[in-house]
Design a binder for this molecule. Structure first.
Ligand SMILES: [Zn+2]
Length: 296
């Protein structure tokens, strides 16, 4: 890809993106509270996990950390706060269940990217060192995607990162498991404020069942080289930046989905933290977790 798309000068906005080494050789890059992207660095190459909303020049940040090392790019899922910067990178790996752009997985528009960033600015009540007009730019071209399957391994040299298909938040969500630090980079597959995809089945129970089957694969990793010492998701609003989720979050999410499946979950209305007009939504709670995406 030609370098005119990115910039070697490091535009101001990109230079202010906070970076945290959250485990040896794993960097969290905080895209102005909108989303975090992760860089896993091996002895020979690196893997960039997600591309954020596409604010400023993320590519410059990544290449500044890597200092010329080669890297590949993978998307945990197709939501616009994870592939919004995809057009500035070389081909992006994604699961096929999230790559059918004609079937509702619409590519994020410039309006979506700007509106999402505005929502986060308003939610956080902060000033950020970027200009929404100048730094959230139209894509220079359509992104190029390549599909991958469950079980694919990215051999980075001295560390192997495996793909675990984990449908729930989207049909094609994947989790990346690093064997060196026993870290699960889970995108939006596990979170304290979690959304169940309506695309997983015709009714709530069938969706919860499909999501549970996938999450049980993560909890079954115990005892394997991928047994998770840390689970890190793509939004740090329920954890400190650079730190993992509390260890109870994944088991609480499993218990919450089990309670939906068994019919014992108490459904309630709660304010939607991502609604611009303060709308309420139906949720189920368990421990530290609330699950949304439930039919009203
Ligand atoms: Zn998402």
């Amino acid at each position: 890809m030609e370098h005119s798309i990115g910039s070697k000068k490091g535009p101001q906005a990109a230079a202010t993106m906070a970076r945290y080494e959250c485990a040896p050789g794993i960097w969290e890059i905080d895209e102005f509270d909108c989303a975090s992207v992760f860089l896993v660095i091996g002895g020979e190459r690196a893997l960039l996990v997600d591309t954020g909303v596409g604010i400023g020049d993320l590519r410059w940040v990544v290449e500044d950390i890597l200092g010329g090392a080669p890297y590949e790019v993978v998307a945990t899922h197709s939501h616009g706060d994870h592939i919004g910067g995809a057009a500035w990178f070389d081909p992006i790996w994604i699961h096929p269940a999230d790559s059918d752009w004609r079937r509702g997985s619409a590519l994020p528009t410039l309006d979506f990217r700007r509106e999402y960033a505005a929502l986060i600015r308003s939610r956080e009540g902060k000033e950020y060192a970027y200009d929404p007009e100048k730094d959230i730019r139209p894509w220079p071209r359509d992104p190029v995607f390549r599909t991958l399957q469950d079980g694919r391994v990215f051999d980075l040299g001295g560390r192997r990162v495996s793909v675990i298909h984990c449908p729930g938040h989207t049909p094609g969500e994947i989790v990346l498991a690093d064997d060196r630090t026993k870290t699960l980079l889970c995108g939006d597959a596990c979170n304290c404020n979690w959304l169940l995809s309506q695309e997983l089945g015709p009714d709530l129970k069938s969706r919860a069942k499909a999501a549970l089957q996938a999450l049980h694969r993560l909890t079954a990793l115990e005892g394997s080289v991928y047994a998770a010492d840390r689970v890190i998701n793509s939004h740090h609003d329920y954890r400190f930046a650079g730190q993992p989720l509390a260890p109870e979050v994944l088991p609480d999410l499993v218990s919450c989905l089990e309670s939906i499946l068994s019919g014992s979950a108490r459904l309630e209305k709660a304010p939607d933290p991502l609604s611009p007009d303060g709308a309420f939504r139906t949720i189920a709670r368990f421990g530290r977790v609330m699950v949304g995406g439930i039919d009203p």
